[in-house]
Design a protein around this ligand. Structure first.
Ligand SMILES: [Zn+2]
Length: 484
């Protein structure tokens, strides 16, 4: 039985057993334990864009993503606007529109940061838990405070409290509910302190992202771009080290890991890596040249980390790598005030690459990389039902889309197609609740987000699907009677 794969440390076994008995109980939600054929790894990479990735895959600079695409399915992933990270990543984790899950931006109209307690409805990890499966959730958006699921959860950068003292490491000493089970807090914070130390960050940033450049080559403008990217280098390195420590020990049925840096590097360094798309240059050609590789380097670094995650997930795992949106050049005629030369506010489609025993080998990778004629494989809304299907859990009628069948093997399509849709996975879930945050934390959080340019955007009262080539927001998908 699948549940045996999850081996909690001895001290946690009692808690684990008690929660198992409590959660899968007759008369309250599912009465059976799902039995997936294989564990599932979902890697979220913010802003991953095919136009950057394609040449890197061709040149052998993203060998791990290439290997996944070669073995499995790959294509564009439709998204919606607004493309704010908390909104889209919560839609990916719930299969719901923002109007349904309630996380509508970084901060609400009263300026309060969204937290996991505000989310209406269950996310993948809550649903997996209900079906007796374990999850490892590491660095995902809007996961503070952590939720008591089977497995392990390390909260992402959603909480003001995490940012109250210092926003570099995203995990803050002294803030409660960042790690579940709480017994692991000291261990996780120790990893965060060492992976996020100034010395370590300098090494990681130089070796993986910025390279070395001559003294004095960077002007004040360039230094700002570099500083604005460093926190995401630190964040990605920190959560990766945490995943590295926890994944082999908590061999969970479902693992989610998030990397944010490709989006940040795309915002800051699009011009330097795509100078031909811009009518102007920076103040220093030497600095432009020195920074030309930042974006591709960041992709290559994330590819390397994904390679390790895939290895830790094991050969038999189903792996899905998704981005919340793609990116492209903006402000190509003259510089804008936000230091932004790459953006995605129009809902540029993202990336989906999947491989594993249940994923269909699509083939033709070399030709597609050359031509760029990528198929669209569903949308951010079809990720959650598809992940659930791979875990042997039915999709719910109140989700925005169904399982996306084109990436599945015939056997997996048949198996998942036989699962009866449930009306909802949200019955009996706690009501959304506000958490009080410190005023200093609110300010620090807003400052950090303003640096990314997000808060300059007008509020988006409703979400709207964006149609790349023929993306249908509610594709004809799998699941029981096919009805919604
Ligand atoms: Zn962005």
């Amino acid at each position: 039985m699948t549940i045996l794969r999850f081996r909690p440390p001895g001290a946690l076994l009692a808690i684990f057993l008690v929660s198992t008995l409590l959660s899968v109980s007759p008369g309250c939600g599912p009465t059976h334990v799902a039995e997936p054929e294989a564990p599932v790894l979902l890697v979220g990479v913010d802003g991953l864009e095919w136009e950057v990735l394609r040449p890197l895959m061709e040149a052998g600079r993203c060998p791990n993503l290439r290997a996944l695409a070669e073995a499995g399915s790959y294509g564009r992933l439709g998204t919606f606007i607004p493309t704010h990270s908390p909104v889209v990543w919560t839609s990916i984790a719930t299969g719901k529109r923002m109007e349904a899950h309630g996380i509508t931006s970084f901060v609400d109209p009263q300026g309060r940061a969204f937290t996991s307690s505000r989310r209406a409805g269950r996310a993948l990890w809550n649903i997996a838990d209900r079906y007796g499966l374990s999850s490892a959730v590491i660095g995902w958006w809007i996961t503070w405070p952590v939720e008591p699921v089977r497995g392990v959860m390390v909260s992402g950068t959603s909480a003001v409290a995490q940012l109250a003292d210092n926003w570099k490491p995203a995990l803050m000493p002294g803030v409660d509910d960042q790690v579940h089970p709480s017994e692991l807090t000291d261990r996780v914070l120790e990893i965060a302190a060492s992976a996020g130390s100034r010395e370590e960050l300098q090494i990681v940033a130089r070796e993986n992202v910025f390279g070395t450049y001559s003294e004095g080559v960077m002007g004040a403008d360039e230094q700002v771009l570099i500083d604005q990217t460093l926190w995401s280098v630190q964040s990605d390195a920190t959560y990766f080290q945490i995943a590295r420590s926890l994944m082999p020990e908590f061999q969970t049925d479902l693992t989610l890991v998030y990397f944010g840096g490709p989006d940040v590097a795309g915002h800051r360094f699009w011009r330097q890596s795509h100078p031909e798309e811009f009518a102007y240059t920076g103040s220093s050609p030497a600095a432009d040249a020195a920074l030309a590789e930042v974006l591709p380097n960041y992709y290559a670094w994330v590819d390397e980390m994904i390679g390790e995650l895939v290895e830790m997930a094991g050969e038999g795992a189903n792996v899905m790598v998704v981005s919340d949106h793609g990116m492209h050049a903006v402000a190509t005629k003259k510089p804008n005030q936000r230091n932004t030369t790459g953006d995605h506010q129009d809902g540029a489609p993202g990336v989906l690459i999947a491989a594993g025993p249940d994923i269909r080998p699509q083939g033709h990778l070399e030709q597609v990389l050359q031509s760029g004629a990528l198929p669209t494989h569903g949308s951010v809304y079809s990720v959650a039902p598809t992940i659930l299907g791979l875990l042997g859990i039915p999709a719910a009628r109140d989700m925005e889309a169904r399982v996306y069948p084109n990436i599945l093997t015939a056997a997996a399509r048949e198996r998942i197609g036989a699962l009866d849709l449930v009306p909802t996975h949200d019955d009996g879930f706690r009501e959304p609740a506000m958490l009080a945050m410190s005023a200093e934390g609110e300010e620090e959080f807003k400052k950090r987000m303003a640096e990314l340019g997000y808060l300059d955007l007008p509020a988006a009262p409703t979400s709207r699907p964006v149609n790349p080539d023929g993306f249908v927001p509610d594709p004809e998908g799998l699941g029981g009677d096919g009805d919604r």
